[in-house]
Write a protein that binds this ligand. Structure first.
Ligand SMILES: [Cu+2]
Length: 333
């Protein structure tokens, strides 16, 4: 309804309608409250104004009145809370099987790398109608990835991954902004999201690449000597990484956690922080030895080792590992 009305940016993602509905609800509630309060002020000012000879009468407490002005707002706020929580969690949780794009922010540009290997700067091509997950980090200061037409904004921090997702619903070109002041040329840190029809997108994708990111990661995995400890059998000094990603990990100190992108990242940069149960903290840190792009590739590689089929292909190659064996099940008692 408001698409051609400049009060609202375009709606081009599956979340946009949800965010706007909540926002409009908040506007209406605030508007009604403002109206109510000002009407009451004006009415009471006139009705109970000072008159000569009429003494003021104090009212001491009224349980029905106090209950109603506590419970009615509580009800309204709970509606806002519940509705907001539903929209928030939906917007925060990337659906399974999203297409993945790695984002590295730096002063003052966006570097984007598709899991399939395509690299872009300040421009991201995506297909319409598909869930896209962004795995983002910064090379320097805090930035923020903001696409108004998708009603999506997520801070991008140095030293860790933050994740966002969207599902574009309309082909077109949409603004990408950095929404966190990041230095003198912050205002120039802009770009565009190009949403294409699937066929068009396939054509764009087929135009030259150095191979999938996970393959780049596999190369780095070999070059840095990760393979010497992380073998696809049970004989290495480190855990077999097949099937690790997305699964619970038991740590030496008793903690349990799920192996996500940040866990893999930390395992590479600060291996001593979380030591896998049953292993010695012998892994050296790779802090300063790998760039953000190389880290992303390593993460994509570790992840690819947990995709259906990946483990089997590897296990066939390594004679000692039983087919499709879950990586760590063999090692951690
Ligand atoms: Cu920025």
């Amino acid at each position: 309804m408001f698409d051609n009305f400049p009060l609202w940016p375009q709606r081009a993602s599956s979340m946009a309608g949800n965010v706007d509905a909540l926002f409009i609800f908040l506007l209406i509630v605030s508007g009604l409250m403002t109206l109510l309060i000002f009407t009451a002020i004006i009415y009471f000012a006139a009705r109970y104004r000072y008159r000569k000879g009429v003494p003021a009468e104090q009212i001491e407490g009224s349980i029905p009145l106090e209950l109603s002005w506590s419970l009615i707002p509580l009800g309204v706020f709970m509606v806002i809370f519940a509705w907001g929580a539903v929209v928030y969690f939906k917007g925060r949780t990337p659906p399974r099987d999203s297409t993945e794009v790695y984002v590295v922010a730096k002063q003052w540009m966006w570097k984007l790398e598709h899991a399939e290997g395509q690299r872009e700067i300040n421009e991201l091509h995506v297909p319409v109608g598909r869930d896209v997950k962004l795995i983002m980090t910064s090379q320097d200061v805090i930035h923020s990835f903001f696409v108004p037409a998708f009603r999506m904004k997520q801070d991008v921090l140095p030293g860790r991954y933050t994740v966002a997702w969207f599902h574009a619903t309309k082909p077109g070109t949409y603004h990408l902004f950095c929404a966190e002041y990041c230095g003198t040329q912050h205002s120039g840190m802009i770009g565009s999201i190009v949403v294409m029809e699937p066929a068009q997108y396939e054509a764009w994708m087929s135009g030259g690449t150095g191979g999938p990111l996970s393959a780049t990661g596999e190369k780095i995995f070999a070059e840095l000597g990760c393979v010497t400890c992380h073998r696809s059998d049970t004989q290495g000094r480190g855990p077999n990484l097949q099937g690790v990603f997305g699964k619970p990990v038991q740590l030496e100190d008793g903690r349990m956690l799920t192996a996500d992108e940040n866990y893999v990242r930390e395992s590479i940069l600060d291996p001593g922080a979380k030591v896998v149960k049953g292993f010695k903290p012998v892994m050296p840190t790779f802090q300063g030895l790998v760039s953000e792009e190389q880290l992303n590739a390593l993460v994509a590689y570790v992840k690819s080792q947990s995709q259906p089929g990946a483990g089997v292909a590897k296990a066939n190659a390594a004679v000692t590992a039983p087919e499709g064996a879950p990586g760590k099940g063999n090692q951690v008692q």
